[in-house]
Each structure stands twice: as C-alpha cells, then as structure tokens.
Design a protein. Sequence first.
Length: 232
Amino acid sequence: MSLTPDLVALCHREEADPGPDPTLAKLDDEDFRRLAQKLESECDPGGLWVFAYGSLIWKPEFEAIDNMRATAFGWHRAFSLSIKRWRGSTEQPGLMMALERGGRCEGVIYRLPDDDRVQQIERMLRREVTYHEGVRSVRWLPVRTAAGTLKALGFWVGVTGERRALPGESPEVVASILARACGHVGSCAEYLYNTVSHLEDVGIRDRNLWRLQHLVAREIHSIHGLDQPSLG
C-alpha cells in the first residue's frame, strides 16, 4: 500500500466534537427501540446476519458467533456520504463510504447470537444512525455466500437527501477530500487505510479503493512537500 501509517498520522489533528446537527431530527430512545423491534421481526429464522463492507469489518463493536465472505450484487462501495463531524468538520467536510447502486460489493457477513436480538440491533443502530434522515438507508440485502443466498442487514445503503455527496465525483476529487478531512474521532485517511488493509486481511481487494489509497497517499505527499510515490 502507498498509504502508510506514517502518512495517515500526518492527517491527524485535534478537533472538538461539534455535537448533534441542529438541522436534523435526532432519534430518541423510543425511536431506536421501535426500529430495532421492526427489524428483528423481519429477521430470517436461520439467524441475524449483518453485512460489513467498511468500518464494521475492522470495528464491529458487537459479538459474532460466525462470519463468512459474502457478495452483495447490484451495489458497490462509494465515498458518497458527506459528513461534518466524526471524520470531518464544518470547515473541511469529509466523506464516508456507503453502498451505491450498480456493480457488486465483496464483504463479510457476521452472525449475531440468537438471544437478545432486539438489543443487539438497537446497539448497531445507535452506532450507525443518529437522525431520522438516515433510517431509510438501513435495509435488508440479499447476499451470496458459499452456503447460498442469505439476507443480511446493511447500513448506509442507497443514501438519499442532503447528506449524499454529488454522485460520480472523480477519484482525484475524492482523494483530495480524504487527504484533508479530519474530525473528533479521526481522519478520513485513517478510515480509508483501515478499510483497505482489513479488506486485504480477509482476502478482498477492491480495485477502486486500492487506486484511491494510492491517490490519497500522493495527495498527502503533495500537501506536505514530500517526494511523490509511484502509483505502481
């Protein structure tokens, strides 16, 4: 990888947590409970599976009793979620990954324990979704595995509304944003590095992300006046 921990470290800076976005409607405890109950009622009898394509692979924050490679057809990874906190700021908005229509996405599905499903789903919802505007991006996906087709819960699938960045942005523009954006939980470069390296660990190489990490590395070199690496 051209994007290294040393380069990622250059992107870090201390940023204050700006708190919730006052322009969006925040989910309350009852909202989370109702949505978790609804999703639990839609689970397959064979188990509750979650489809991980980004940070859930390297920071799941849930216990899993099984996992396997899986492919979601008709979707692909894209940095299409605009953020002004977490890994971005008002002054330098960042981008996070979501699933956009078209292509295929290789990922990992995790099976959660069969007890306390509502509580487990609610825990994931609280991690992934803060506002009512994000609820529509939580959906069930058919995924193909070595064991056949299964239904898995996906987050940030088909993002719509104001948080969706302009579609079709060039890799160079995306790389420029990822090399500069940082928020109170870390930088976008760190997010990209963790995602690409952990996908590699499970035997998945997303060619678009692989090219993007090269471009981000080159952008960081340019920002800091370092010698440019080869795209290889």
